[in-house]
Design a protein around this ligand. Structure first.
Ligand SMILES: *Cc1c(COP(=O)(O)O)cnc(C)c1O
Length: 386
């Protein structure tokens, strides 16, 4: 039983293993041999988890996942390029916003958040627009937890000679990525999702042939992945001050994954997901996705009776919070859903606590007059401590 408050049931940041937190005690010098070894290990192990051979390199970048996305898009897209962005959730839309901000040419293929990207739709768009040079898609769209068809989309891009850019932020480490079998060009992820490290370091796995002066554009200084890579290769150092403690924790997180394996982690998260879905079912909560496309990363639940709108969700969120449980704090209006994360060091008993807290919420709501004012009552309840 992990003693941890609040208990994070969010799709990043997440509950960390004690070993990962303990690994942040050493104050290493950023240009010292000991830290260069940490950096080498991180880069090497990330490549190993991607089953990526000598054609690839891993480039860490300071910041949250979005920093690495913006870094990849601004380093590898030339003014003459055009991106097809597949969007079936907020993260696909974020990529389009980044492209718009940098005035980079792109078109968006939108799908409902409950549906995976359809390969035939992408094929039709590519066939109709020969100007498209890049395909961007999200591996697991964390808005709903839906799995997009990575092998098929990569095969399609390859068959048309188009550069692929994958946001595997919430999938890498729990859903197998095998570069040898499904070669990609650019794949982006971050330490604070399924690698179970604290936020602060994201990374891109890049096909080495893209790392030439002709293929890259330095649109910013800090997010220049080509320059960052050159620094790693030439000196073993980050260009500007790295988060040295977070890097050590990421190394520890990767070590934990080596022990557990990606398959083992997938199974552990899937057990949490199934326990959540089964436990919340009696109170009218149902996932918005079909089972076949539901990943074990997070579950988007909908309950039109108990949590019909953002106001009711705020009450539910506060009620859980008072029980020491944090779920993702935003209500998705369009789908009337909210999400609960299954990733990180989630103890199965936390799910039982969440189900029990939901039972009390449901009982209070169903009482006459229970709909209004519950938030205040819940907020006044004493907070639980470990
Ligand atoms: C978490 C996440 C991101 C990046 O979010 P940050 O808040 O910048 O870490 C991007 N894409 C997906 C699919 C994600 O789950």
């Amino acid at each position: 039983m992990i003693s941890s408050y609040p208990r994070l049931l969010t799709p990043g940041p997440l509950a960390l293993a004690p070993e990962v937190k303990a690994s942040m005690q050493s104050d290493l010098g950023s240009r010292d041999a000991a830290f260069r070894q940490v950096t080498r290990d991180i880069r090497q192990w990330i490549l190993e988890f991607a089953h990526a051979g000598p054609d690839y390199t891993a480039i860490p970048m300071q910041g949250s996942g979005t920093f690495a996305i913006e870094a990849a898009l601004t380093t590898f897209l030339k003014d003459s390029d055009k991106v097809l962005v597949c969007a079936n959730g907020v993260y696909g839309e974020t990529a389009a916003k980044i492209l718009r901000r940098h005035r980079l040419d792109h078109v968006v293929l939108s799908r409902p958040i409950t549906e995976p990207i359809a390969v035939r739709d992408v094929a039709a768009r590519l066939a109709a627009d020969p100007a498209i040079t890049h395909l961007y898609f999200v591996h697991c769209e964390t808005t709903s937890g839906v799995l997009n068809p990575l092998p098929e989309l990569l095969a399609l891009a390859r068959s048309r000679g188009i550069t692929s850019v994958v946001d595997s932020m919430s999938a890498f480490g729990a859903i197998e990525v095998v570069a040898e079998r499904d070669p990609f060009d650019i794949l982006i992820s971050s330490g604070n999702k399924c690698l179970e490290a604290p936020p602060g370091i994201a990374f891109a796995i890049i096909r080495r042939s893209l790392l030439t002066p002709e293929q890259t554009v330095a649109r910013t200084y800090t997010l220049d992945l080509h320059d960052q890579w050159r620094s790693f290769e030439e000196t073993g150092e980050w260009r500007s001050t790295p988060p040295t403690h977070v890097a050590q924790a990421l190394r520890a997180g990767l070590m934990g994954l080596r022990q557990e394996t990606v398959t083992g982690r997938h199974a552990r998260y899937a057990a949490i997901r199934d326990r959540l879905i089964t436990g919340l079912h009696p109170f009218g909560f149902a996932p918005i996705l079909r089972t076949e496309v539901q990943t074990p990363i997070c579950v988007a639940f909908r309950n039109d009776e108990l949590v019909p709108d953002a106001l009711a969700f705020t009450d539910y969120y506060q009620h859980l919070r008072n029980a020491g449980l944090l779920i993702y704090a935003r209500f998705h209006e369009a789908s009337r859903s909210f999400r609960i994360g299954c990733i990180g060091q989630v103890d199965p008993t936390w799910v039982d606590e969440l189900v029990e807290a939901t039972r009390r919420f449901s009982q209070a709501r169903r009482r006459p007059g229970g709909g209004v004012g519950l938030g205040q009552r819940a907020a006044a309840a004493p907070e639980r401590r470990p």
